[in-house]
Design a protein around this ligand. Structure first.
Ligand code: ADE
Length: 417
């Protein structure tokens, strides 16, 4: 078996951590047990480009239990948990191509290596696999039944491909599932971004002014939690509806140019580039802290910061100080996903639902792929609802059901006041 990981000796620690996460992933466990019996993925080759974490390990194990041959690479150079990569290779016989801190060239080499199995299914977090296949390995397309995409940024890229007529196989947008973005993006990113911020800096949040760029599901999860810890939150937005929501949720909303003057901490979660750039750096207070929790490291204009800096220095793990003429600005985790680079990503309990969507979407593609067009599809609503039921069940929470009388009432239109 071919693989490229940091150190196979790390496997024991990785295995313990994978099992710890497994205890919180009860929906995925139900799916794994069914997959073990039914083997719905027998003969299926699947290349995955995901953050190599304990939660991803449990997804890979589930897919393998269903009969799939899987191969895994990282979807970000800084998010790989090397002990997990080792355990997947040593304890589960899953080829992994991922090393934390790898350079750009190595990162793309790893993506290519995962494609060596000639996959039927691709599984992406950010659409790097799809992009690589469409740019450099078009010969693989004939063999591919479909793919899945985990994250907002990836879905945006794939919808652009569809709009240009460039997409060559169907994709299921896992991010669109309600049991994904309402929970993973909001509660997962909300909590794990704070986790990364605190592990990197150990600062007190109470009393700070935290500028959050964007008010999508990830950003609002973060805004709520940061406020809960005593910070004053300022939101920047370009979408009038989201901005209005932020206002009515009780946040101060302002353009980034004004927010730049007052913020102590800035966190971007927009999916777009250069959201904080040179003009803002020049306005910032001495000691401002910058971080990104969006998928790519383009949201903060780091090249401009580099140019402005007279001196640059690592002051703690994941904290680099940039000395400008009259102040210091601190950049966390090289502007890469703070929650995965400086912490462990979202907790297992919320990834349970995201990855249940992944596993069931793969099963759906195997059954229905031949009927789908080369477009981006949502996760079927029955799968989404099933995952919500299973999650509630795993939490031992019961809910009511409609009575026959209520069902009839909802279908009727004659009954009024
Ligand atoms: N994305 C965010 N958190 C994650 C995690 N824990 N594992 C995999 N992908 C993630």
């Amino acid at each position: 078996m071919q693989y490229d990981i940091k150190n196979i000796q790390l496997a024991d620690k990785g295995l313990k951590r994978i099992k710890w996460a497994q205890n919180q992933m009860l929906v995925l466990e139900i799916i794994r047990k069914r997959f073990e019996k039914e083997k719905p993925l027998n003969g299926v080759k699947l290349s995955a480009c995901l953050h190599v974490t304990t939660e991803t390990a449990n997804l890979m194990i589930t897919l393998k239990a269903g009969g799939a041959e899987v191969s895994l690479c990282a979807s970000n150079p800084l998010s790989t948990q090397d002990d997990v990569a080792s355990s997947l290779v040593k304890d589960f016989g899953i080829p992994v191509f991922a090393i934390r801190g790898i350079n750009k060239e190595g990162y793309y080499r790893h993506i290519q290596s995962t494609l060596n199995i000639n996959p039927h299914i691709t599984m992406d977090d950010g659409a790097d696999l799809v992009s690589m296949i469409h740019s450099n390995f078009q010969g693989l397309v004939d063999h591919i039944i479909g793919g899945t995409e985990e994250t907002t940024t990836g879905v945006i890229r794939l919808r652009s491909m569809q709009a240009e007529g460039a997409l060559k196989y169907p994709i299921i947008a896992v991010n669109d599932a309600l049991t994904k973005h309402l929970f993973d993006n909001r509660y997962g990113t909300g909590q794990s971004t704070i986790d990364g911020l605190l592990r990197a800096t150990n600062i007190l949040l109470a009393g700070k002014i935290v500028v959050i760029c964007g008010y999508g599901w990830c950003a609002r999860g973060l805004a709520d939690r940061v406020r809960g810890m005593g910070a004053r939150v300022v939101i920047t937005e370009i979408d009038p509806i989201k901005a209005l929501e932020a206002v009515m949720d009780g946040f101060q909303v302002s353009p980034i140019r004004s927010a730049a003057r007052i913020g102590d901490i800035f966190i971007t979660l927009t999916g777009d580039k250069n959201v904080i750039a040179k003009k803002e750096f020049l306005l910032m207070k001495d000691g401002a802290i910058l971080a990104n929790s969006g998928h790519f490291n383009v949201e903060i204009d780091i090249p401009s910061l580099e140019k402005l800096a007279i001196h640059k220095e690592v002051v703690r793990d994941n904290v680099v100080s940039y000395s400008l003429e009259n102040k210091k600005i601190y950049l966390l985790a090289e502007g890469r996903l703070l929650n995965l680079a400086a912490a462990e990503g979202h907790p297992a309990s919320v990834m349970d639902m995201s990855f249940a969507n992944q596993a069931l979407s793969v099963e759906y593609l195997i059954k229905n792929g031949s009927t789908l067009l080369n477009e981006v599809y949502s996760v079927p609503r029955n799968i989404d609802r099933e995952i919500a039921y299973l999650k509630l069940k795993s939490m031992r929470i019961k809910i009511d059901q409609l009575t026959p009388e209520q069902k009839k009432y909802l279908k009727s239109w004659q009954e009024g006041t």
